[in-house]
Write a protein that binds this ligand. Structure first.
Ligand code: FES
Length: 117
């Protein structure tokens, strides 16, 4: 086992976007609610702003316990923000809210304006 925290921080890591793509048969799940498409939209938005895999890492995950048939669950850490029912069309607004329109607000700062939600 190798602890690589310092190495990742030195590379510039600030945020981790987790997109649920979990699939299951008996209940609503993100795989059936567009999880892969949301992941692609997140990757594209971050890539367009030059922060993908430099500052912001992205991963598909298993269940985030926010299951819905209406969209995908997304979590952003270490800021500790959670969303459900995310569609690909929602991704630009979600990421601009979290990171700023040009991804200039990275790290633990979170959204500029709290909305209570
Ligand atoms: S299946 Fe995605 S949050 Fe549960």
């Amino acid at each position: 086992m190798r602890r690589r925290t310092a190495e990742v921080r030195e590379r510039g890591f600030t945020d981790h976007v987790l997109v649920c793509t979990n699939d299951r048969d008996e209940h609503a799940c993100c795989a059936d609610a567009g999880g892969r498409a949301v992941h692609e939209a997140v990757v594209g938005w971050l890539r367009d702003r030059g922060v993908l895999w430099s500052e912001v890492y992205v991963a598909t995950t298993s269940c985030l316990a926010l299951c819905s048939e209406d969209g995908t669950a997304v979590a952003i850490h270490p800021r500790g923000e959670w969303y459900s029912d995310v569609t690909p069309a929602d991704v630009p607004e979600l990421l601009a809210r979290e990171f700023g329109p040009e991804a200039g607000r990275l790290g633990r700062s979170g959204p500029a304006v709290a909305d209570g939600g």
